[in-house]
Write a new protein. Structure first.
Length: 235
């Protein structure tokens, strides 16, 4: 662990250290990679759930003003916007611009604009861009490591993907408790600092690296932290 190098993540402000075998990896820290992968999955699942939220139901607190319920429109046009198919955009337009102009940019339009951008940058003449959101998130997810290593604007991608999910989760977000990252402690198996305490109350810690997923029982984790701390202070 003494050969780690400190680099700054372009997505979050964290300094993170990279293991020697990851020298070639730049830009994005492991927790951000894991979070982006999760957010893409959330967007895919959320998009599938959106149609259930098209109709305005009773019980939306925000429509009650001064004790009167506003006459609702038959459906939620903001959800409708999100569900629209890919609309050609003249240039790659930022999420913020689109939000100002036309309500919400559709999920498919935003994802497709990044898929076109990645295709262009990768220069591998990848054909057959996916037409469905469920396939788009998989396409992007499969190339996420590449983007985190090499895409010059991966910070912009992260901010748009996070922005999109924060819009979507107003409708479909089930606030599932997320694991809390354990900062600065490397996984004993994969050596990445991707450990997180599970939100299930068990106190267990799990490596969030999808290729590892080692689980530490609470006491086992405490012993591991002591070992790491001893190794660090002992040089
Ligand atoms: Zn980061
Ligand atoms: Zn691990």
């Amino acid at each position: 662990m003494t050969d780690h190098v400190e680099v700054r993540c372009v997505v979050c402000p964290q300094l993170h250290s990279r293991a020697p075998r990851h020298y070639e990896r730049a830009q994005v820290c492991e927790p951000c990679r894991a979070r982006l992968a999760q957010t893409l999955t959330d967007i895919g699942r959320g998009h599938g759930d959106l149609p259930q939220h098209l109709e305005r139901g009773a019980g939306f607190g925000q429509y009650v003003r001064g004790g009167e319920v506003e006459a609702p429109l038959p459906f939620r046009e903001d959800v409708w916007d999100l569900l629209l198919p890919v609309r050609p955009t003249p240039n790659v337009v930022g999420l913020d611009d689109l939000l100002c102009q036309i309500g919400h940019v559709s999920v498919a339009t935003l994802l497709d604009s990044w898929i076109r951008d990645w295709c262009h940058l990768r220069g591998k003449s990848e054909r057959g861009r996916p037409g469905y959101v469920s396939a788009m998130v998989v396409w992007l997810g499969n190339r996420l490591e590449w983007a985190c290593d090499h895409h010059p604007a991966v910070d912009e991608f992260a901010s748009e993907i996070n922005g999109l999910w924060s819009v979507m989760r107003r409708y479909v977000g089930v606030d599932e408790p997320r694991p809390t990252p354990c900062r600065g402690v490397p996984c004993r198996r994969c050596d990445l600092k991707t450990l997180a305490r599970l939100a299930d109350g068990s106190g267990d810690v799990e490596c969030q690296n999808a290729a590892c997923r080692t689980v530490y029982r609470a006491d086992e984790y405490t012993r591991w932290v002591r070992l790491v701390a001893a190794a660090v202070s002992g040089g």
